[in-house]
Design a protein around this ligand. Sequence first.
Ligand SMILES: NC(=O)c1ccc[n+]([C@@H]2O[C@H](COP(=O)([O-])OP(=O)(O)OC[C@H]3O[C@@H](n4cnc5c(N)ncnc54)[C@H](OP(=O)(O)O)[C@@H]3O)[C@@H](O)[C@H]2O)c1
Length: 337
Amino acid sequence: MSSNGQSKTPEVVVVTGASAGVGRAIAREFGKHGASVGLLARGEDGLDAAVHEIERLGGRALAIPTDVADHEAVEAGAKRVEEEFGPIDVWVNNAMTTIFAPFHQISPEDYKRATEVTYLGYVWGTMAALRRMRPRNRGTIVQVASALAYRAIPLQSPYCGAKHAIRGFTDSIRSELIHDGIDVHLTAVNLPAVNTPQFDWCKSEMPNRAQPVPPIFQPEVIAEAVYFAAHARRREVTVGWPAVKAIWGNKFFPGLGDWYLARTGVDSQQTDEPNRSDSPSNLYEPVAGDHGAHGRFDERAEDWSAQSWLNMHRGWVAAGAVAGFVLAGALAQGKRR
Ligand SMILES: NC(=O)c1ccc[n+]([C@@H]2O[C@H](COP(=O)([O-])OP(=O)(O)OC[C@H]3O[C@@H](n4cnc5c(N)ncnc54)[C@H](OP(=O)(O)O)[C@@H]3O)[C@@H](O)[C@H]2O)c1
């Protein structure tokens, strides 16, 4: 496989949580590049729709209904993908669920389930991928992460806990791979707020409807960054200024962050519309129907990120800056003469 992921034999990729939201956009992005994509999620309507989209874009796809909290099912999914498409080149862990509620209102049972899906789902995915990649000494695992893996926010304790845990176990495994001289690459992509269906189907105990904390980006912005991260061999890729600010702000002023979020974080995660009493919840079962990649925030979501573009092209940006500097120096010297 060449460094940009183009190869004679199609790249073999697994995406968890590929039936909707960010995962659906990621799966499409790989499909656009001709990949063979194994799609792991539970909802069969979304999975089937994703297969058709990828095939239309020129890739191949296999829908494998899987609950990522079940490690045997994830292992069986990996096996199925390799039987159908060959050795897995890239594994993208992305599936998640959450509960929008203050910690004291969440039952132990719900907390456990959210953690099993959002944290252990990544652990089982990473295990299944490494079981295959380690002996071959090649492959890339992408952890779809979040600014909230660095800066936790109110009403999201199961999710933030899981995202922090993913960062911890990923760093641990990365060191083990380096120690063992294994050339499998582990990377994380830190996301900002994204316009996806999660805000309409994750369980909520809040009076008003959930929303991502603006500014909001479209899932396709993320999909491009994940495709880039799968081939760039960087340790982490952060998408959008809001995520950069949250991560760096928390490094220097974590206490200030606690106070700021105590004042703003509850309201900024809810709209003015009251929550519907019949709102679905995807915590234990998938929600029927095809929900696509986008949520209900198309009008407020940005389909480009200058920060992400600069980050993905930083070699060119640095070369341009050096060239500009040299040119300006030469002009100044010419004027002095
Ligand atoms: N949206 C944001 O603002 C945001 C911000 C930062 C980071 N992220 C990250 O982006 C990733 C995707 O989030 P999203 O917003 O796209 O979420 P989403 O819209 O809720 O989609 C979640 C996906 O995960 C799948 N899923 C849920 N429970 C599952 C289970 N038990 N087993 C298998 N699949 C399951 C869902 O499919 P089924 O229900 O069909 O199984 C769906 O395909 C997550 O890692 C999240 O942390 C999102």
